[in-house]
Design a protein around this ligand. Structure first.
Ligand code: ADP
Ligand code: VHF
Length: 371
């Protein structure tokens, strides 16, 4: 059967298309490579596979309206994205005889679990009405600090949010090579990756095209995010329809990243891979020795320092004085309150109150494995 994994036909996939495919001439929008990708999407849908498209290209598409001889400031890139997003959406829209919808997201939208759930709800409603969701980062409204920053990571977050079985990242290379194939002619393509360890990470570097954002590094981050959620991931060459014919026939045209056999629980996955820490709580090194697979407990007397400004309910990183990252979790206290607790002559009633309200919530605790 076409489009299969070991269990049968995929129910839902996320397809990520990089800027190099939208704007092969480095600016504007071209349908040269989009035709083959659109054909694959149509075939998938005809065979009952729901598709979510994550499309880059708004900055490249919008750049033709701006003076590109000068260095691009963040404000200019945001303006390019605002202009180019419409052109990019129109290009996709022209290629389909079904409806498409635009979902523009930022890290801030994915950061709060209720908003994340709301995005899920919208995506499912679109899919159930046979509308193709086309996702991009809302570059026009975000500062660099508030961004996911690249669509590879965004596509993995979306794949987790919509319970996709497969993430396909289409780029301008066949897949992951032992080194950047554009600078090292001896680099060899890896067909299958079981574990994304330091050896694999060391193979990837940034982009060398004028329009790409994260290069192979962010694709590996995305593959790690997706596979740890049980999502099979491919990096394929979107410049050729051969890749899509192969995928459709159930073959591997690029690099295949195997999903974890025991995926993380959804909420822990969201905490680990989607939610960004807004600050840090530094605890004594002894606490680092007591971490268990799914438990970490400490109280105010174990806190050595509080870094950054965060409110109660926001995500924090817990690490030791030596710098070992222990966990990400929801803080039940603001940085302001925790700083008060550090004060030697803190009020006794404040300590009692804190004892009744643990510093981190056990429900969202994600223990981090040190790399
Ligand atoms: N080990 C590697 N294997 C393959 N490509 C690599 C590797 N390291 C760096 N790259 C670079 O990553 C690029 C793809 O990333 P990028 O330009 O960001 O594409 P996209 O716009 O599709 O996201 C390749 O064209 C290549 O230059
Ligand atoms: N949001 C940006 C794309 C950022 C990005 O990750 O680009 P790419 O590396 O080409 O996938 C845009 O639409 O131009």
């Amino acid at each position: 059967m076409a489009n299969t994994n070991s269990k049968g036909k995929w129910n839902r996939i996320v397809l990520k298309v990089g800027s190099a495919l939208i704007a092969p001439n480095k600016k504007g929008c071209s349908s040269r490579y989009l035709l083959g990708i659109a054909d694959f999407i149509v075939k998938c849908r005809m065979h009952g596979t729901q598709v979510v498209l994550v499309s880059s290209g708004s900055v490249a598409a919008g750049s033709s309206s701006f003076d590109t001889s000068k260095k691009r400031s963040i404000a200019v890139k945001k303006a390019m994205a605002a202009k180019g997003q419409m052109e990019m959406m129109a290009s996709w829209d022209r290629l389909f005889d079904f409806e498409v919808a635009q979902l523009l997201l930022t890290q801030g939208d994915l950061q709060i679990h209720e908003r994340y759930e709301s995005i899920r709800e919208t995506a499912f409603e679109l899919l159930n009405n046979d509308i193709l969701p086309i996702v991009n980062e809302n570059d026009a409204v975000t500062s660099d600090e508030q961004k996911v920053g690249d669509n590879d990571n965004l596509s993995a977050m979306i794949a987790a949010a919509v319970d996709a079985e497969c993430l396909i990242i289409c780029s301008d290379v066949e897949g992951l090579y032992t080194d950047n194939p554009n600078t090292n002619k001896d680099a060899v393509l890896l067909k299958e990756v079981e574990v994304i360890d330091d050896r694999i990470l060391a193979m990837a570097s940034g982009p060398d095209s004028a329009v790409g954002t994260g290069g192979m590094r962010t694709k590996l981050e995305a593959a790690e995010k997706a596979t740890s959620n049980g999502i099979l991931t491919y990096i394929v060459n979107g410049l050729t329809t051969v890749s899509f014919n192969q995928l459709f026939a159930g073959n591997n045209p690029g690099t295949k990243f195997l999903p974890f056999k025991q995926p993380l629980d959804d909420r822990i996955h969201w905490m680990t891979h989607t939610s960004k820490a807004q600050g840090e709580v530094i605890v004594s090194n002894e606490i680092g020795e007591q971490v268990e697979d799914d438990a970490l407990s400490f109280d105010h007397s174990d806190i050595v320092n509080v870094v950054g400004d965060f409110s109660s309910g926001e995500t924090i990183l817990v690490r030791t004085e030596k710098g070992k990252k222990l966990a990400k979790a929801t803080s039940q206290h603001s940085s302001c309150v925790l700083n008060l607790m550090l004060n030697e002559d803190v009020d006794e009633s404040a300590i009692e109150w804190q004892e009744d309200n643990p510093i981190i919530s056990e429900n969202t605790l994600a223990i981090l494995e040190e790399k």
